[in-house]
Design a protein around this ligand. Structure first.
Ligand code: AMP
Length: 219
């Protein structure tokens, strides 16, 4: 199964993508996670993208497509994948089509998660991430066992620079301008299912699974 998850930043794409990956044995590919790992490791790519992420802007298409192409070329991706945060522009979507068709493959479905912008702001402002291993937390919905510390590695929890209120607003504006048009792009190809992304994680997951079933993607 080859899937794309679409939704505004903070719509819960990452959480749903991880659940889909573990339930259906798919490779989870998230450029945001890849970029943040590169920044933590201090690589050349990390240094290149650090200030772009902090401002909530998009990394250029060529760099992003190269990163994704490498991941999708891996052995693991042959069993299927779920893309979380890619594509984010029409040009990236066209690049994805070319990458897949070059291998005789195609996308099965894009699932859009619909979440109200106020809910997104509330979620982003309660999000924390471990500064050491990158594990995400929500201090309201999924708090750590010890306040401010990661359950996995004991690292200090921090607020992502791009989760500061001004930046979240900027990222929502970037989403509306560049990413929202992808709903029409996939809709016109008959490859889109939009589901309600509000509510508990499990409820949303059931809706996503229902969308896959409706498209005969599940046995
Ligand atoms: P995310 O974790 O998906 O919210 O992504 C965090 C940040 O990484 C975004 O605000 C962008 O700066 C960058 N990023 C992630 N995915 C992309 C993409 N497909 N194209 C360009 N930049 C991206």
């Amino acid at each position: 199964m080859r899937l794309v998850l679409l939704g505004a930043p903070g719509s819960g794409k990452g959480t749903q993508a991880k659940l889909l990956a573990s339930e259906f044995g798919l490779m989870h590919v998230a450029p945001g996670d890849i970029f943040r790992a590169e920044i933590r490791s201090g690589t050349e790519l990390g240094r290149l993208v650090e200030s772009i992420l902090a401002r909530g802007e998009l990394v250029d298409d060529a760099t992003t497509v190269r990163v994704i192409d490498t991941r999708l070329s891996s052995e693991e991706a042959k069993h299927g994948f779920v893309l979380d945060g890619f594509p984010r522009t029409i040009s990236q979507a066209e690049a994805l089509d070319r990458i897949l068709s070059g291998r005789g493959e195609s996308l099965d479905l894009a699932v859009g998660l619909e979440v109200d912008e106020d809910a997104i702001l509330r979620r982003a402002l309660s999000r924390r991430v471990c500064g050491v291993c990158g594990k995400p937390y929500n201090i309201v919905m999924q708090p750590p066992k010890v306040a401010g510390k990661c359950d996995e590695c004991g690292g200090d929890l921090t607020t992502r620079k791009d989760d500061l209120e001004e930046t979240v607003r900027d990222r929502l504006a970037v989403y509306r301008e560049f990413t929202e048009p992808l709903l029409a792009y996939y809709g016109e190809k008959g490859l889109l299912e939009v589901t309600d992304g509000e509510g508990q994680v499990d409820e949303v997951f059931q809706r996503v699974v229902e969308a896959l079933r409706k498209r005969n993607l599940l046995e």
